[in-house]
Design a protein around this ligand. Structure first.
Ligand SMILES: CC(=O)N[C@H]1[C@@H](OP(=O)(O)OP(=O)(O)OC[C@H]2O[C@@H](n3ccc(=O)[nH]c3=O)[C@H](O)[C@@H]2O)O[C@H](CO)[C@@H](O)[C@@H]1O[C@H](C)C(=O)N[C@@H](C)C(=O)N[C@H](CCC(=O)O)C(=O)O
Ligand SMILES: Nc1ncnc2c1ncn2[C@@H]1O[C@H](COP(=O)(O)OP(=O)(O)OP(=O)(O)O)[C@@H](O)[C@H]1O
Ligand SMILES: N[C@H](CCC[C@H](N)C(=O)O)C(=O)O
Ligand SMILES: [Mg+2]
Length: 487
């Protein structure tokens, strides 16, 4: 229970109609969730406009309304507040409602096209190993210490974020690591959070359906750093050509990490195997259980962040070698007949290319590499031909298949992927819409020692078709099929 006037603290108000000295017991931006004594915040969405649901929210019991445009008719028992930006107001109100939980722990935000889940999860593992109670807000799951909760978004809405942060503070978490997605920044889901630091991984092609163009996508990511406070740290990857751009206007203390360029934190890979790599970080050699240049970069981001958060170098190095890869990120099994099946969440052209390059570096070339990949429906269409081209170029055999077609026709998506395949590679490709059949075919074709890469879904446990999520897990499927084939 909170007083309305208290939770409006620092919200930029345009007008107030009614009493603000009333109690609010629930916050919501969804009229269907509004109950007696609730505050409904009307937000303009991509499908509908929350302003159209103000009356519904009141009918469900809402006694206060925050909106950008006041309705035509007023109800005397309701307080109406107009604001310049409902999303920003929502973020501030949510933080106030939960007593500013982000100020009660050290919150670090990780942003970039790829690597957010990996870096955030490894930091969670590392700080837990170092003896701190730690929280995690990630695509895969939400963790408060050991307690696990289901994640619905990479960066949830601001009410959900503050709710979990308050639970973390209550449970005694000293640190929290969270992914900051471009949708999250654009919709101001993270606007009122107090960050101890921010980390940039990389920027490549994704979500150009949502953001108008690449420059806008880049600037949205950059705005996260623009808003960091002076006493925060901002860590960037200078191997990425937008690495320094991110920090151009930040007030935070700047630090750089890189594998290829000169940076405050530098590392290189000395040796790679399927089971891990030997890295030199600054002056020290350390064995880590992850592989690939991109993971070396992620590990270095973790190392730099841990030092900025005050851990000792030697302690960090010891823990680094115990960190385990995140579920669905280069997760692999080796069958009886030595077929290696890798499940990876690569769902962008850059990620797919990186994973294929990593395999290229480790494979002997006496075997064939069979790649299974698709692209999500209702998502950036321009990724499709690019991913088709990369998969066909870097594999011996490719099977294009469905990956969450959502409300699109799966065959249309597959055609758009195939359109990117260069003529000299067209013989390598097969298209099998049904993902289970695609995996079965790959397992049937595969001979002793071959490598099967199943990309795009990683940890996901469903195939989303027309609003219904059907249970599906790549690792489970390939394991069962290889067993059934006695391979
Ligand atoms: C495109 C997008 O970001 N959509 C998010 C957005 O929903 P929306 O804009 O579609 O909302 P809408 O349906 O138009 O409704 C507008 C408003 O009216 C309200 N409403 C609607 C109907 C009603 O009866 N009553 C009512 O009050 C809604 O609650 C909402 O406040 O706001 C919702 C509430 O915060 C989000 O749940 C929703 O995420 C959807 C489910 C989604 O799929 N988002 C993805 C694209 C996303 O955010 N992904 C990023 C990660 C991507 C990555 O990095 O790879 C993430 O951070 O998860
Ligand atoms: N630093 C990196 N650079 C490029 N690719 C990476 C990097 N780290 C991971 N990847 C690739 O991207 C995939 C997704 O990694 P991860 O889940 O960590 O990214 P994410 O940024 O959290 O993605 P999402 O936007 O879906 O939340 C991995 O499976 C791997 O193929
Ligand atoms: N966070 C990403 C995940 C994509 C995963 C892929 N399996 C797909 O469904 O496109 C998104 O929502 O765009
Ligand atoms: Mg993620």
């Amino acid at each position: 229970m909170k007083k309305l006037k208290d939770i409006l603290y620092k919200v930029s108000l345009e007008s107030v109609r009614g009493n603000t000295d009333t109690e609010v017991n629930l916050l919501t931006f969804d009229s269907r969730q509004a109950g007696p004594g609730s505050l409904f915040i009307a937000v303009r969405g991509t499908v509908s406009d929350g302003h159209d649901y103000i009356e519904k929210a009141i009918a469900n019991g809402a006694t206060a309304i925050v909106c950008e445009k006041l309705p035509q008719n007023f109800q005397e028992s309701v307080t109406y507040i107009s604001v310049t930006d409902s999303n920003e107001a929502l973020a501030i109100i949510a933080s106030n409602f939960y007593d500013k939980p982000s100020e009660k722990l050290k919150l670090t935000g990780i942003t970039g096209t790829n690597g957010k889940t990996t870096v955030a999860t490894l930091l969670y593992q590392l700080f837990t190993k170092a003896g701190y109670k730690t929280g995690l807000l990630s695509t895969v799951k939400i963790l408060i210490g050991e307690q696990e909760y289901e994640a619905t978004h990479t960066t949830p809405d601001s009410i959900t974020i503050n709710h979990y942060l308050a639970m973390m503070a209550e449970a005694g978490c000293e640190y929290c690591f969270m992914e900051v997605s471009s949708h999250g920044i654009a919709q101001k889901r993270t606007a009122a959070l107090h960050f101890a630091g921010g980390v940039f991984t990389n920027l490549s092609h994704d979500h150009l359906d949502y953001h108008k163009n690449f420059a806008e996508y880049r600037d949205v990511k950059k705005s996260f750093f623009d808003h960091l406070p002076k006493n925060a740290f901002a860590i960037t990857n200078t191997d990425d050509k937008n690495g320094m751009v991110m920090l151009q206007n930040t007030a935070a203390s700047k630090f750089t990490y890189a594998l290829k360029n000169i940076a405050d934190y530098h590392a290189q890979i000395l040796e790679s195997q399927f089971s891990g790599m030997l890295m030199r970080i600054q002056e020290t050699e350390v064995w880590v259980q992850l592989i690939g240049h991109f993971n070396a970069s992620n590990i270095l981001a973790v190392y730099s962040t841990a030092l900025q958060l005050g851990l000792e170098k030697d302690e960090v190095l010891v823990h680094l070698s115990t960190l385990k890869s995140v579920s669905g990120r280069f997760q692999f099994i080796i069958s009886e007949t030595k077929i290696t099946a890798i499940v990876d969440y690569a769902h962008t052209p850059d990620a797919l290319e990186n994973v294929l390059k990593t395999i290229e570096e480790i494979r002997t070339r006496n075997e064939q590499l069979i790649t299974i990949v698709g692209c999500g429906g209702n998502r950036d269409k321009t990724k499709r031909p690019e991913m088709g081209k990369i998969a066909a170029e870097k594999s011996d055999q490719v099977i294009f298949t469905s990956d969450n077609p959502r409300n699109e026709d799966p065959y249309e998506i597959l055609k758009e992927i195939e359109a990117g395949v260069e003529p000299q590679n067209s013989k390598k490709i097969l298209t099998i819409e049904d993902r289970r059949q695609a995996i079965k075919t790959a397992a049937t074709i595969a001979k002793q020692g071959d490598i099967i890469l199943i990309a795009g879904k990683g940890h996901e446990t469903y195939q989303e078709i027309k609003g219904v999520k059907h249970h599906f897990n790549d690792l489970e499927e390939i394991r069962e099929i290889l067993n059934a084939l006695n391979k």
